[in-house]
Design a protein around this ligand. Structure first.
Ligand SMILES: Cc1cc2nc3c(=O)[nH]c(=O)nc-3n(C[C@H](O)[C@H](O)[C@H](O)COP(=O)(O)OP(=O)(O)OC[C@H]3O[C@@H](n4cnc5c(N)ncnc54)[C@H](O)[C@@H]3O)c2cc1C
Length: 448
């Protein structure tokens, strides 16, 4: 099958990788120039978040381990490291040894550069830059290609990987094809990120969150993610209306505020690390579930990545979901090789099952966090998503003392099990209560 992928960032490259591995011929058309040869501050107007702290959850890391091990090796050779999240499990009870609780420590820019090199070296993939897709060619109920201004590029299948603005809606409207409304739920968070380099090989502090240090606190979030080599990124998140924290744009104020936050002090103590970037600030986009993804109106036009769904970056799921969805979509074409109504319906169902649970979780978590931060009430008092009668603080406190609760919560945070599946069992709520009655003191801050 001949496929055009519009957008050559994480999701577009993941789609190209997955489709080429199944023998499809893939043309990636990317509006922006190619990445620089050297890693570092790779600025792209269309992808401003790429300079912010990024983590690859266990969902994405396991996919690399199991489906593209050679890419994982290249990432490790470039300085990325594999994290064993079990190290953060509570001590005392039976040890937790979940082989899927792994993470990848790597800057987003380095991840993407290695991914780019890997994908462009694959047979069957061609990546062309400076080629913004301006529309789709539709023939009845199926797509036949894309438009680049006045030029047409024919294709059997078109993947929309154009990022959070999701170009498919505009392309379809121009072709006279209406779509139902997207689900949009605001994400009230402004993110400030800064990159640092450690001065010693030893980690200055624990990764209390398994793949990160820090947490979501009352009125703000402060989380540190390990990068490749000795790099790490600190991200501080606040309400956009929080004027005091607007001072975080100042590099020294940022480091001072981060250092005062739980778990981050030792990393930023004098002599422990040096800043290697300015502070990057970004008001995060809303959570979105695109109608073009869950109800594709024509066969052969399928969004992936942020073009299909955007979820609160505080959970760091975007890239993992993009990989998981792109690989599943490529697999779906084996069962539905004909570009027809059955394929279109199957692609819609796939987006529904792969993306909707995470959209719902992110939207609900955003609502309760924003309500607590705005009211100045403890975030830990918000209800835990999917666990009636349990607060986020109680769930976090139980996870700090009970390995089973910890593993269940961590597998959902790492996108391996949806909270809707994992928290459905009554047994978990009972286990949380039992753990709470046996614990001595709740830890500060919520993890959900
Ligand atoms: C502050 C912040 C922090 C985040 N942290 C994390 C994290 O820790 N972990 C995580 O997994 N995710 C994180 N995310 C989400 C993650 O950045 C996105 O999910 C990811 O970038 C989506 O990749 P994408 O390829 O879909 O879109 P993008 O990376 O946005 O790329 C879209 C690409 O499409 C191109 N393009 C656009 N229009 C056209 C067109 N018409 N024709 C051709 N090309 C086009 C653009 O030039 C661009 O290259 C974070 C997001 C934010 C905002």
């Amino acid at each position: 099958m001949r496929v055009v992928v519009a957008g050559g960032s994480v999701a577009g490259l993941a789609a190209a990788l997955a489709l080429a591995a199944r023998g499809h011929r893939v043309d990636v058309l990317e509006a922006a120039p190619p990445p620089p040869k050297e890693p570092g501050e790779w600025r792209r107007a269309a992808v401003p978040q790429a300079l912010h702290a990024h983590t690859f959850t266990s969902l994405g890391t396991c996919l690399l381990r199991d489906r593209v091990p050679e890419l994982l090796h290249e990432l490790l050779a470039a300085g990325a490291t594999l994290l064993d999240l079990n190290a953060a499990a509570p001590r005392g009870g039976p040890p937790v040894a979940d082989p899927d609780l792994i993470g990848l420590a790597c800057r987003r820019t380095v991840f993407e550069q290695v991914l780019y090199r890997h994908v462009t070296a694959r047979p069957g993939v061609r990546v062309r830059h400076g080629r913004p897709v301006t529309g789709v060619v539709v023939d009845g109920e199926r797509v036949r290609g894309v438009r680049l201004g006045g030029e047409e590029v024919r294709a059997d299948l078109v993947v929309d990987a154009t990022g959070r603005r999701g170009a498919a809606r505009g392309w379809l409207a121009a072709a006279g094809i209406p779509l139902p409304a997207d689900r949009v739920e605001r994400s009230a968070i402004t993110s400030f990120s800064r990159l640092y380099r450690r001065n010693s090989a030893r980690l200055p502090g624990p990764l209390n969150r398994g793949n990160a240090a820090g947490g979501i606190w009352d009125g703000y979030a402060a989380v540190l993610h390990l990068g490749d080599g000795a790099t790490f990124t600190v991200a501080l998140g606040t309400l956009p209306a929080d004027r005091t924290l607007g001072r975080l744009r100042d590099a020294e104020d940022f480091t001072r505020a981060a250092a005062a936050s739980p778990f981050l002090g030792p990393w930023l103590a004098p002599g422990a690390a040096e800043p290697v970037s300015p502070v990057h600030a970004l008001t995060c986009p809303p959570n979105v579930l695109r109608a073009a993804a869950v109800h594709p109106p024509v066969a052969g036009l399928y969004p992936v990545g942020d073009a299909a769904a955007v979820t609160d970056p505080i959970f760091g799921r975007g890239m993992s979901l993009a990989f998981s969805h792109a690989f599943a979509l490529a697999g779906l074409l084996d069962a539905h090789p004909a570009v027809d109504a059955a394929q279109r319906a199957a692609a819609g169902r796939l987006a529904e099952t792969t993306l909707r649970p995470w959209f719902e979780h992110a939207a609900a978590a955003d609502r309760s966090r924003t309500a607590a931060w705005t009211a100045g009430t403890p975030a830990a008092g918000s209800p835990a998503f999917g666990l009636p009668g349990v607060t986020a603080g109680e769930l976090a406190a139980a996870a700090a003392v009970d390995g089973t609760v910890w593993r269940t919560l961590t597998r959902t945070l790492m996108s391996l099990d949806t909270p809707q599946q994992a928290f459905a069992a009554d047994a978990l709520a009972a286990r949380v209560r039992a753990a709470l009655s046996s614990r001595e003191r709740p830890p500060a801050g919520a993890r959900t």
